[in-house]
Design a binder for this molecule. Structure first.
Ligand SMILES: [Zn+2]
Length: 462
């Protein structure tokens, strides 16, 4: 048993001031109470002069890409267009060079840094499966196991999404630089999925989802087949419509846009998480919302790669649900993701009320609730309550002593945290009932950073 005292906790209905939360030995909440009341004095109390908000859900990650964050910003000029496709070549080089130990060291650093920024869960969209020659490891999910170990060391929850990757583009064989990613057939992929599911048993806070790289990465008939006959009780993640070229190629190969094809050929529901979905027609926007599928938006990466802006206002108007992810990890601050997403919309709509439904209410609260509840669905967690008895305590603690928060009234607190915050105000993180970040530092930082430095030194890429 352990009890935490906070200056306030955020519930779906608003703030509960001077609140305590007790957890059992497995991190499950057994009591939520007001400290002012005649509550029994509990043993083993940890007190924070901070506000607890639900732990952020990072619904899209490629851990190995953290090793190249900040390295793709030197532009040589000349014939190189420096677009998404040029960046992809640099990413392939990195993917080809990493061994499982280096993958684990890099992912552990990344997940510890995610925790420091308030993320308690990550959906790892994982496609570097095989050895450097493209041969499957004896343990098919060797690399997936490395990612699970990383999450375990960092102390955050992981949803491993082993990715089915088969093609080099619509109707094209894979190229040699993709050799570590490829499962040639549905059977090969299902074996990888089962092996990955077994690897999840190595950590109590690991679970599994099914994933397709993209419409260009897997033969569309196979996508429809996996959707129809694959597992139905776990989330389904897919990259879609991130780049205009992908849409042109889809139209010439299939006669349809990627999302248009999915709507016509896959019976989507709220298990589906469409990553990016940047370029959509109105028909596609309405279709996704109607199907109850979700989108995962990765504003810092989408901005960094020059993808474009998702039509968020239209999508929300028809009831569309979204979560956030950090994708290539060029940014790791969830508050920055929420602001970037909002400001992109403000800049093109000349309106300020992106996050409100229907066009009224508290933008900060709306963004937090959407990112939390939809993000959890990406992890196969359908709990809508921020903190509730019977569920694990996953919380991000915001410093209540900062000048703007100490003077904010409760009605402005959520938006002050979202809009006027920097990572320095993120005081600590509790994951599955355990404190893993205090005073802005991960509790295993020293050993994690040492292993990361060793891996980066071996890779010689930075
Ligand atoms: Zn991605």
């Amino acid at each position: 048993m352990k009890t935490y005292h906070f200056k306030g906790i955020l519930q779906n209905t608003g703030w509960k001031e001077n609140a305590g939360i007790t957890v059992d030995g497995t991190g499950i909440i057994t009591d939520i109470f007001s400290i002012d009341s005649d509550h029994d004095v509990k043993p083993n109390v940890e007190t924070y002069d901070g506000y607890a908000i639900p732990g952020f859900q990072n619904a899209h990650s490629h851990a190995f890409q953290y090793a190249m964050a900040g390295l793709a910003e030197r532009h040589e000029g000349g014939a190189n267009p420096d677009d998404f496709w040029g960046w992809r070549e640099a990413m392939y080089q990195l993917a080809l060079s990493m061994n499982p130990e280096q993958m684990e060291a890099i992912a552990t650093m990344l997940y510890a840094e995610m925790a420091r920024h308030g993320y308690t869960n990550v959906a790892e969209f994982h496609y570097v499966h095989h050895d450097k020659n493209g041969k499957p490891y004896a343990n098919l999910s060797e690399m997936g196991s490395a990612l699970i170990s990383a999450a375990k060391t960092a102390g955050i929850g992981i949803t491993l999404v082993p990715i089915f990757y088969q093609k080099g583009g619509f109707g094209q064989e894979p190229n040699d630089r993709q050799r570590r990613f490829i499962s040639p057939t549905i059977d090969d992929y299902l074996q990888l999925l089962e092996s990955s599911r077994a690897s999840c048993k190595e950590y109590q806070h690991a679970n599994i989802a099914v994933g397709i790289h993209s419409m260009r990465g897997v033969e569309p008939t196979d996508i429809a087949e996996i959707a129809k006959s694959g597992p139905e009780d776990i989330p389904f993640h897919i990259h879609v419509s991130e780049q205009l070229k992908e849409i042109e190629d889809s139209i010439s190969y299939l006669g349809k846009r990627p999302v248009e094809w999915l709507l016509d050929n896959v019976d989507m529901n709220d298990r589906y998480h469409l990553v990016h979905a940047t370029h959509l027609t109105d028909h596609e926007v309405n279709g996704i919302a109607k199907s109850k599928a979700n989108v995962v938006l990765c504003p810092s990466t989408e901005g960094n790669l020059g993808d474009g802006l998702f039509p968020l206002r239209k999508y929300q108007e028809v009831g569309g649900k979204w979560s956030i992810g950090t994708d290539s990890h060029v940014g790791l601050n969830p508050l920055e993701e929420l602001r970037l997403l909002d400001y992109g919309q403000r800049l093109i709509s000349h309106k300020r009320n992106t996050y409100s439904s229907p066009q009224q209410g508290d933008c900060g609260m709306y963004a937090l609730e959407m990112a939390t509840v939809t993000g959890r669905k990406a992890m196969n967690n359908f709990t809508p309550e921020f903190f509730t008895i019977g569920e694990p305590l996953n919380a991000n603690i915001i410093d209540a002593t900062s000048p703007l928060l100490t003077t904010a009234s409760s009605k402005n607190l959520a938006s002050t945290i979202i809009y006027a915050n920097d990572s320095n105000m993120q005081l600590g993180t509790i994951s599955y009932g355990k404190t893993i970040v205090t005073n802005r530092t991960h509790h295993k930082y020293q050993s994690i950073v040492k292993n990361f430095a060793t891996a980066m030194n071996e890779l010689q890429s930075r």
